[in-house]
Ligand binder design. Structure first.
Ligand code: SF4
Length: 193
């Protein structure tokens, strides 16, 4: 190895965030104001994975800051967790135009960032919000209404799929089922609710 290259830099959340900010691996980089790598503490016990940034997230460079984000904050508080205790990420780190779903190719291009975040944070539980996140972590073709509330695994980590907060804003009746899923997460983390 040439001397000027130095030793390899160990992976870190900051390194991932910097790489996300420069990434042009898919077409979504063309429309972004700011990339949204995700945020939260290293070794958070709970990691939340959503779909991708919306307009407000794209402007702020932070995940889940709009109305759906407020609902996510409320959902976490309901199981006695504050946002700063949880790592919050998305499948894609740049905003899809018109808030459309990311394409499979875009999700695949972005997948290594999420995989590295999961490996570094190493959460006990991953709360999977909505179909796009479920497909990214569990495989194509899953229906969230069919798999929500059922534990599955990703390596040694427990995965709990549930509805995305943006969907709950459109159909508040689904909050009842989502609360059951959140209680399962709390129980797994030994949190009394
Ligand atoms: S969405 Fe992901 S893969 Fe696509 S440009 Fe942004 S960071 Fe890169």
């Amino acid at each position: 190895m040439p001397e000027e290259m130095g030793p390899p830099v160990p992976d870190s959340l900051d390194k991932i965030a910097q790489e996300v900010g420069r990434c042009v691996a898919c077409g979504l980089h063309q429309g972004r104001t700011r990339a949204v790598p995700g945020e939260g503490p290293l070794h958070a016990r709970l990691m939340v994975v959503g779909e991708g940034p919306g307009q407000q997230e794209d402007e702020a460079g932070r995940p889940f800051v709009g109305r759906a984000g407020q609902l996510l904050t409320d959902m976490l508080r309901a199981i006695h967790l504050e946002r700063h205790e949880v790592f919050i990420a998305n499948v894609v780190k740049c905003r899809p135009p018109e808030n459309r779903n990311p394409t499979p190719a875009e999700a695949e291009a972005c997948a290594p960032f999420l995989a590295r975040q999961i490996a570094l944070v190493d959460p006990e539980v991953v709360l999977v919000l909505g179909r796009t996140a479920a497909e990214a972590l569990m495989g194509p073709g899953v229906r969230i209404s069919a798999i929500r509330g059922v534990w599955t695994t990703l390596g040694h980590r427990a995965l709990m799929p549930t509805y995305h907060p943006a969907y709950l804003l459109r159909d508040p009746r689904k909050k009842v089922e989502t609360w059951e899923d959140l209680k399962r997460v709390a129980q797994r983390l030994s949190i009394q609710v």
